[in-house]
Design a protein around this ligand. Structure first.
Ligand code: NDP
Ligand code: MG
Length: 390
């Protein structure tokens, strides 16, 4: 039986994880569940899964959550200290499914307490890839990608030598606006951007899928997870979201991973690793699907991709700055302070403000430095939002 903690349990990845645990209760003991504002889900899930502790990241929610769970035997914690306390508890596997850079510290701490990490929180790898890898290595724990493309690459690499890899191709659905013109996209609303043609995900990643900022984060995530060089990563638009990634080897072979657009596949793979157990996902019939389509992305329509490749070239802590600026730009778009295309302008402006090489001079392995860069990115992006919305 695996002891498991889920950070971001009340979100889309968290709920899919719990769905899989619900179907195989004999395989898991839930140690900790964490969420933020969604107390209804946290209470329901706590009563069903009886974790040792439940955490709301929102300090003010502590007493309400505590009242609901009085007599349940579930310990209630709150705030950053509560998250850290949960992450410090001994467990076999931690699922990192908080959205944004807020997921970094709990993930690191969970690994430091000896847990393997099922990593959905791509922002951790973007902001602090070296630190994440070093922590996993020092603690002798596995970083198991949950992002579907990265799970696909991970699976294609099993049994292969890393130096035989020539390139990695990540696919992107193209998101909500794949058939829209630039002129139409300019006026897109948060509601329009938050509908995905294939995947059912949280609001923020869905909007990031429409701008391809999600893919841009995934490019950096792939570089960090698989130690790739910038020229080894490619992106293809693939509207059906069934072929998640390909790995190209030195002998010209391409290994593809094909599966239904259901996150329970990648989550289940990480939960059960190193075994492959039955998963309740659709079985694809390729004779019914008939054909799969691919095309090169339009970099003018999707500036986020160009920016991600710039970040790969700069290296150092530029990912932390990039991710922070992206989070602020996304907040501003959701709050209708800026337009859809302004998000990329803000992130680009923040990157330009720091082209001095500052990024590469700082030690990448310190959490303190990553957080400092994150704060700087947030501050500068907030200034850029103000400039634009004036
Ligand atoms: P959701 O928005 O659905 O859920 C996010 C979770 O994080 C919720 O439990 C939320 O709590 C919690 N949370 C939000 N802000 C904070 C904070 N500041 N501190 C602590 N907890 C917080 O996101 P998703 O499940 O869609 O995504 C989670 C992560 O997984 C992201 O990094 C995303 O990029 C990645 N991912 C998601 C995929 C998907 O299919 N959804 C696919 C691949 C990767 P509450 O809601 O209670 O406030
Ligand atoms: Mg993905």
């Amino acid at each position: 039986m695996k002891r498991i903690s889920i950070f971001g349990a009340s979100g889309s990845i968290g709920q899919n994880t719990l769905d899989l645990i619900r179907r195989a209760p004999e395989n898991f003991k839930v140690v900790a569940l964490t969420g933020g504002k969604n107390l209804h889900r946290l209470v329901q899930n706590s009563l069903e899964f009886r974790p040792d502790c439940v955490v709301t990241a929102v300090e003010e929610n502590y007493s309400v959550l505590k009242d609901y769970l009085t007599g349940s035997g579930v310990e209630v914690l709150a705030g950053t200290s509560g998250l850290n306390e949960a992450a410090d508890r001994s467990t076999d596997l931690a699922v990192s499914a908080i959205v944004g850079a807020a997921g970094l510290e709990p993930g690191l701490r969970a690994m430091q307490s000896g847990a393997h990490l099922a990593l959905a929180n791509k922002e951790s790898m973007v902001a602090a890839g070296s630190l994440m890898r070093k922590t996993a290595k020092d603690q002798n724990v596995q970083l198991l990608p949950v992002d579907s493309e990265h799970s696909a690459v991970f699976q294609a690499l099993i049994g292969e030598k890393r130096d035989a890899v020539e390139r990695v191709i990540l696919t992107a659905s193209g998101g909500a606006f794949r058939d829209w013109s630039l002129k139409q996209i300019e006026k897109a609303t948060p509601e329009q951007a938050a509908t995905h043609p294939n995947w059912d995900m949280g609001q923020r990643i869905t909007i990031d899928s429409a701008s391809l900022f999600n893919k841009s984060l995934e490019i950096i995530e792939a570089k960090e997870l698989f130690c790739l060089k910038p020229g080894q990563i490619e992106v293809l638009i693939h509207p059906q979201s069934m072929l998640h990634a390909l790995v190209g080897f030195k002998d010209g072979a391409l290994m593809a991973h094909i599966g239904p657009p259901d996150m329970r596949h990648a989550i289940g793979f990480a939960l059960n690793f190193p075994h492959r157990l039955h998963l309740p996902v659709e079985r694809l019939d390729l004779s019914v699907i008939g054909s799969l389509d691919f095309k090169k992305p339009d970099l003018e329509k999707y500036p986020a991709l160009r920016l991600a490749f710039e970040v790969l070239e700069i290296g150092g802590l530029s990912g932390a700055l990039y991710n922070a600026a992206k989070e602020i730009a996304l907040d501003a778009f959701i709050a209708r302070k800026i337009g859809f295309l302004d998000m990329a302008c803000i992130v680009e402006a923040v990157l330009k403000r720091n082209f001095s090489g500052y990024f590469t001079k700082i030690d990448e392995f310190s959490l303190e430095n990553v957080l400092m860069m994150d704060q700087m990115g947030r501050k500068q992006a907030t200034e850029e939002v103000l400039n634009l919305s004036r």
